[in-house]
Design a protein around this ligand. Structure first.
Ligand SMILES: Cc1cc2nc3c(=O)[nH]c(=O)nc-3n(C[C@H](O)[C@H](O)[C@H](O)COP(=O)(O)OP(=O)(O)OC[C@H]3O[C@@H](n4cnc5c(N)ncnc54)[C@H](O)[C@@H]3O)c2cc1C
Length: 471
């Protein structure tokens, strides 16, 4: 039974907003009330579809007055339950706020509304010869507002860093409806606390991002992709070391296990570009200067990987289409996993120099704890970030499988803590990882976060229960 909203509130909505502003059908609530993690029981009271910052502000002023909780929702591709409504909240979807301004070529920036889809922003910038470099498999559905609220990473972090590096300005609506303009688009501004960054990566718990000025850059001139088969983890790291010293600028260093490759081949009908099978595969992308001398240096670099027996096999893309095929394999892994069934996911990080030791211990842990359960590991090795997936066997009961994964998580996060890593490198904490936050953040850090939350959201109405609980 869905929560009923106060009659006075509903009549004010009817009076002050367009007819289609607040929708309450069961189907709409189910669709907009959840993210792609799809593991929580959803209970959304209504979905609001504002068209402007003013409407967001007016709505929040009302929900504040009536003490109603609000969950911000972007493209809902999040995997931590951050955009999921589980307690009768009103979901505020930004999808109608998707306008993009003209690209400022001189300032290398772009004003966008929060609901602009990431991939459309890429295309809009590309037409002006520029790039917003946050790139990942869910870009066709995710929103800029969601990317900033999760501080999204992606496949090029090794070169460009995370979303927080690519925002110059923000417009934010606070839980009481107040509009905060942090959008002066200044590259340099040393006047104290950078308030913009409070709203980046805090998963909509402090304010609703309604617009942003994105920082852009020139795209790389010439890209070269390589796909390698290697024997084992040790070889992945030998190859990474060689790549760090290679005659190019490293743009991506991605890895997937043999199990991941097999899954992509079966579920997505994609084929490995290599005949040779290995224990793991590496997709390396580099920016190369288009000159004969560089090409020669690159070929030599490639040759020595074989003579030193670092790789079992490897290939270099001869066309953008071939490069896209390599990427389809790597980016197909999450989709293939969705197709395979219920998958318990983790996305952890440790510093790159400690990653090899971590993986050795992780392999031992998973072999002992996930007996008879298929696990799939892939990720952004160059950023120290691994995506760990355990697939529920057909015969296993969902609840007992989830329970088992939860106990394995405790051990996994102990290990992450031992290596001073993070329990969430990209996907965030949301609801699903909240119980484990203490493995990555000290009690004092959590207390400070609670204090900031209390200051900006004293009634705990915005995305309540996400990341932290109030005191
Ligand atoms: C196949 C796949 C691949 C992925 N790969 C990556 C990857 O490589 N790197 C990575 O970082 N992530 C990845 N993700 C996770 C996800 O796509 C990102 O976290 C993305 O940035 C979420 O954007 P969204 O618009 O879908 O946000 P949502 O899922 O809608 O929301 C995410 C969080 O942000 C809040 N929020 C959304 N919009 C706003 C707003 N305007 N103001 C305030 N709060 C808001 C929500 O309440 C929620 O807490 C992947 C997901 C999938 C399904």
């Amino acid at each position: 039974m869905r929560k009923t909203l106060p009659a006075d509130f509903l009549s004010l909505i009817e009076k002050n907003f367009p007819k289609d502003f607040l929708q309450r059908s069961e189907a709409t609530c189910a669709q907009y009330g959840d993210d792609w993690s799809k593991t929580l029981t959803i209970d959304a009271a209504a979905i609001a579809f504002p068209r402007s910052t003013q409407e967001v502000s007016k709505l929040l002023a009302l929900t504040y007055e009536f003490n109603l909780a609000v969950v911000p929702s972007g493209g809902r591709t999040g995997l931590a339950g951050g955009a999921s409504a589980t307690n009768g909240e009103i979901v505020l979807s930004l999808e109608r706020m998707n306008k993009m301004g003209e690209v400022d070529v001189l300032g290398q920036s772009l004003h966008v509304e929060a609901g602009a889809i990431t991939e459309l922003v890429h295309q809009h910038c590309e037409a002006a010869g520029l790039l917003w470099p946050i790139d990942f498999a869910a870009k066709g559905s995710s929103h800029i507002g969601g990317n900033l609220s999760t501080n999204a990473g992606g496949v090029k972090v090794i070169h460009y860093g995370m979303s927080r590096n690519w925002v110059l300005g923000l417009e934010v609506v606070l839980p009481n409806g107040e509009i905060l303009s942090l959008d002066s688009a200044l590259e340099k501004n040393n006047t104290g606390l950078d308030l913009r960054q409070l709203f980046v990566g805090t998963e909509g718990t402090l304010g609703i991002i309604t617009a942003a000025i994105l920082k852009l850059t020139r795209p790389p001139e010439s890209l070269q992709s390589f796909f390698f088969a290697v024997k084992d983890t040790a070889s992945v790291f030998q190859l990474f070391l060689e790549a760090r010293k290679g005659p190019f600028k490293l743009m991506a260093f991605e890895c997937l296990s043999e199990a991941c490759l097999k899954l992509v081949e079966t579920k997505m009908s994609l084929l490995s570009p290599l005949q040779t099978r290995g224990g793991a595969y590496v997709l390396l992308e580099a920016e190369v200067a288009p000159s004969d001398a560089v090409r020669e240096a690159q070929e030599k670099w490639l040759e020595q990987l074989f003579t030193k027996e670092i790789v079992l096999d490897g290939t270099m893309s001869q066309s953008p289409r071939e490069a896209r095929n390599y990427w389809a394999i790597r980016e197909g892994v999450p989709e293939a996993l969705f197709m395979a069934g219920y998958v318990h996911k983790n996305d952890i990080s440790v510093s790159v120099s400690k990653l090899e030791g971590f993986i050795t211990e992780l392999d031992t842990l998973f072999a002992a704890e996930y007996k008879g359960i298929e696990t799939y590991t892939f990720g952004h090795i160059g950023d120290g970030n691994l995506h760990l997936n355990a697939l529920r066997p057909d015969h296993a009961n969902l609840e007992s499988f989830q329970k088992h994964c939860h106990t394995v998580d405790e051990k996994l996060f102990q290990l992450v803590k031992k290596y001073s890593g993070s329990i969430s490198a990209e996907h965030g904490i949301g609801l699903l990882k909240k119980d484990f936050l203490h493995f990555s953040r000290s009690e004092r850090e959590i207390e400070i976060f609670r204090g900031i939350k209390k200051l900006l959201d004293p009634k705990n109405l915005l995305n309540p229960g996400k990341i932290i609980d109030p005191l």
